[in-house]
Ligand binder design. Structure first.
Ligand code: GTP
Ligand code: MG
Length: 352
């Protein structure tokens, strides 16, 4: 039961984003565009913010960064902007037009008029209200207010990576009866998840989110690689080359802290980790060590003795103790991977 976006019978599907100032609309616009592009769609972004040039620029920058087209029109005339953006979307054969809007400080008469103008200019198939989860119960209040003022079709809850535990998500759903379509879990454009109420409830209870982790892994790792890896693991043929490949895949899945947070029992560790710090230095150091080894050493780390260890440390700008630590971690990882490949995962995780 996943609440995805509706798809318009005739492209483009128009998605209008609304929300209070700083809720995360522009960030989410980029996240959604990237998500749609990754699943084979062709999004076009447009900024409908008549007040802040910076808002349109932020969208332009994000578009360039994630290789998504951004339509630059004149936001002073919303009707004209709507016509032109839709024409451009059709010309580009875009599957979706994502409309970013100004951040409102509060919902008053003028704002409601402007939202009506936005709706009539773009005729959206989805009007998503972006709410900041960090504001807790206030988010529920905002959701209700907007819901009463305009025809919202769903919600996006942002900043769930922070201290917000997301109780607001469940309240918003219960109170408005409308779906939460996505949750934002970070500032980066790949920090977006579809909302699964059942998993979400689990996460709130601090149990991690293995299903999301598996989904992410499936996206990041091609199926052939998984099979080849499993076969090697079973035959006990994994070496340090696989270790590095594995780490690179993990990195492509997103910040390490996010991944750790999804593993049951490790949610607490996440808070203690300065995830962004270990991300780069940690992985880079590991890679540098492995890349300083000879092919023979990578295939068979058992031959690494004291003098080899010193050579590797010097070559990678680390210490022999660092090299030792990596070899120890490798042994542990290998044990786990072998167990997984031989179907003893459940036992290993203490499920059986
Ligand atoms: N940690 C975290 N930060 C987020 C998330 N989404 C957005 N942000 C941050 O929140 C701040 C505001 O995000 P914007 O996307 O500019 O918000 P906005 O609603 O477009 O803001 P206005 O256009 O000024 O109304 C930025 O610093 C973002 O990086 C999220 O899911 N997690
Ligand atoms: Mg914005």
């Amino acid at each position: 039961a996943q609440a995805g976006l509706v798809v318009a019978p005739q492209a483009p599907t128009v998605v209008l984003l609304l929300g209070l100032k700083g809720a995360g609309k522009t960030t989410f616009a980029a996240k959604l565009a990237l998500h749609l592009r990754k699943s084979g769609g062709k999004p076009l972004l447009v900024s409908a913010d008549p007040y802040r040039v910076a808002g349109a620029q932020q969208l332009q920058t994000l578009g360039r960064q994630y290789d998504v087209a951004v339509f630059a029109g004149d936001p002073a005339d919303l009707q004209k902007l709507g016509r032109e953006a839709l024409a451009e979307a059709r010309r580009l054969n875009a599957t979706a037009l994502i409309v970013d809007s100004p951040g409102y400080v509060q919902l008053d008469e003028d704002v409601i008029d402007e939202i009506k103008d936005l709706e009539s200019s773009f005729a959206p198939h989805e009007t998503l209200l972006v709410v900041d989860a960090m504001t807790g119960q206030e988010a529920v209040h905002v959701a209700e207010e907007f819901r009463n003022a305009t025809p919202i079709t769903g919600f996006v809850l942002t900043k769930l990576d922070g201290d917000a535990r997301g109780g607001a998500a469940l309240s918003i759903r219960a109170i408005t009866g409308l779906p939460i379509k996505f949750v934002g879990t970070g500032e980066r454009a790949d920090a977006l998840e579809a909302f699964h109420p059942d998993r979400f409830a689990q996460r709130i209870l601090g149990m991690g989110d293995v299903l999301t982790l598996i989904e992410k892994a499936q996206q990041a790792i091609p199926q052939e690689d998984v099979q080849a890896f499993g076969k090697k693991a079973k035959l006990n043929q994994l070496d340090l080359n696989d270790f590095v490949a594995q780490m690179q895949r993990m990195r492509s899945m997103g910040p390490l802290g996010d991944i750790i947070g999804m593993i049951p029992g490790l949610g607490g560790i996440k808070r203690q980790l300065q995830a962004t710090q270990i991300d780069d230095t940690f992985f880079k150091r590991m890679e540098a060590i492995v890349f300083s080894m000879t092919p023979a050493e990578r295939r068979n780390p058992d031959i690494i003795n004291g003098s080899r260890r010193r050579r590797i440390a010097a070559g990678s700008g680390t210490t022999p103790a660092d090299v030792n630590q990596l070899l120890k971690q490798w042994k542990e990882a290998k044990k786990i991977m072998q167990a997984m490949a031989s179907g003893r995962t459940a036992k290993l995780l203490g499920i059986r």
